[in-house]
Design a protein around this ligand. Structure first.
Ligand code: HEM
Length: 447
């Protein structure tokens, strides 16, 4: 017989979050109540789960019972419409089948040279910063380079101005979604500054994307560049022979823009933080990069010879998973870890805490890329690590992101060392994804 999961009352929860911040307070609740606990908000039950068995249950074993319903309303309504991140059922299945071939490890290799070129362009700027001693905000730097890469992968073109435009629009749109998710239900028709910014941003992003689709349609198909937009426009469903209509193309394009760079930007930012705070890791990273590359640029073929660089990336995604938590809505009543999950509950899967679970990770707070040797990986519970979620709805762009991080780190870390601003202390926050309250001020020195 399953029991009701323990958990704090709403007032205690709200006071705790205000006092300690969401991430730390959830950690305290985990220590107090265990691997499954719940918070009731009005008639709704929010069930938080941390254990790898629960991750397997929701994402794999009983996945048909877990959809993206009410928990994704804000993302659907205010951001990406029917894009694949928020869709369900037949639409999701069809779109996943249609788009999965664009993101296989082989398919994304076509973007590797472009990723390296963008890394080199950034390295040229960093050379100037290193000379002048100017301080940079690493998050800003990583956002610009990952936005540039995803825009090129999608549309084969990018100007500094278009990156800034899309970046600004994305920020304004996300601000509304974050408010909704944090329970601030201000109607978007009210003429507040934030709402006006949101509507203008939505108009702008729609115009930009529709313009790009129209431009592509105006070209001879034989001249279409081999980018994600062309791949999406050419794709035909194997059963019906149908492609995507313009609305769906728009929604999927916007989805990939949002899903495809900020998460990687944050992970790379945390990688620099980890390197600055773990000199022994940096030393081993440099040793590998110097030995294998000897000062030249990396190619895809080199990556197999750079395992430690990838281990650093994987460890960053363990300790600082950009998508700290993700949600599924229970369709019918269920049971997790002996506790009841009523129909309609929202189940929150906290990768941040699964990745720190003491039953699966030794010294979980220590940044240790050696956890990622093949032997140690094979000994671990399959679902103890889920920075990209897991099961059929695993991140579509995980290979893209790993390739991008692996290459950028190789290009930049072989040329530069980074230092935190003296006295800087990281304050972690959740603003949709995991972030640093004060950015990441750093100085750079050439190696
Ligand atoms: C470090 C970088 C990244 C992280 C940590 C990450 C994480 C995730 C997670 C946790 C999910 C599941 C979200 C949920 O179920 O609510 C997801 C879904 C998704 N991600 Fe990523 N992601 C990253 C990079 C990317 C990139 C580079 C792309 C595209 C180029 C991408 C495209 C997607 C898409 C399309 C989905 C939805 C898949 C589906 O529902 O079928 N992501 N990602």
């Amino acid at each position: 017989m399953s029991r009701r999961a323990p958990g704090p009352g709403l007032l205690k929860f709200m006071r705790g979050v205000r006092k300690h911040g969401l991430i730390d307070y959830v950690g305290q609740l985990w220590r107090e109540y265990g691997d499954v606990f719940h918070v009731r908000i009005g008639p709704k039950r929010i069930v938080c789960v941390m254990h790898p068995d629960a991750v397997a249950h929701v994402n794999m074993d009983n996945r048909r019972n877990y959809e993206k319903r009410a928990s994704y309303d804000a993302v659907r309504d205010f951001l990406v419409g029917n894009g694949i991140v928020a869709s369900n059922g037949d639409l999701w299945r069809r779109q996943r089948r249609l788009m999965a071939p664009f993101y296989t490890p082989k398919a994304i290799q076509t973007y590797a040279d472009m990723m390296v070129r963008d890394g080199v362009r950034l390295a040229e700027h960093w050379g100037q910063y290193a000379e002048s001693g100017a301080e940079i905000d690493m998050h800003e730097e990583m956002t610009m380079v990952t936005a540039s890469i995803i825009l090129k992968a999608m549309f084969s073109k990018e100007s500094h101005e278009s990156i800034l435009q899309m970046k600004d629009a994305a920020g304004k749109m996300l601000a509304i979604v974050n408010d909704r998710m944090m329970g601030v239900p201000v109607p978007t028709w009210l003429p507040t500054k934030k709402n006006r910014g949101y509507h203008a941003a939505r108009r702008l992003s729609r115009e930009v994307i529709q313009g790009l689709i129209a431009e592509r349609k105006g070209m001879d198909e034989a001249d279409w560049p081999d980018d994600l937009l062309s791949r999406m426009m050419k794709a035909r469903d194997e059963e019906t022979g149908r492609g995507m209509d313009d609305q769906l193309l728009h929604d999927e394009t916007l989805t990939i823009y949002f899903a495809g760079h900020e998460t990687t930007a944050r992970s790379l930012t945390f990688a620099w933080y980890a390197l600055a705070t773990n000199p022994a890791v940096t030393e081993r990273l440099h040793e590998e990069l110097d030995r294998v590359l000897g000062g030249r640029l990396p190619t895809v073929e080199d990556l197999r010879q750079l395992p430690y660089t990838l281990q650093v990336v994987k460890e960053v995604l363990r300790l600082y998973p950009a998508v700290t938590v993700y949600a599924r809505d229970a369709v019918a009543a269920d049971e997790i870890g002996g506790y009841e999950v009523p129909a309609g509950s929202s189940v929150l899967l906290w990768s941040y805490y699964t990745h720190r679970h003491p039953d699966f990770w030794e010294n979980p707070e220590t940044f240790d890329p050696d956890r990622w040797t093949r032997e140690r990986e094979s000994e671990r519970h399959n679902y103890a690590y889920h920075p990209f979620a897991a099961g059929p709805r695993v991140c579509l762009g995980n290979n893209f992101s790993l390739l991008e991080s692996h290459l950028l780190l190789a290009v930049l870390a072989s040329r530069f060392d980074v230092q935190l601003r003296p006295g800087y202390r990281a304050r972690w926050i959740m603003d949709g994804t995991l972030g640093l309250a004060d950015g990441l001020p750093m100085s750079i020195t050439a190696r």
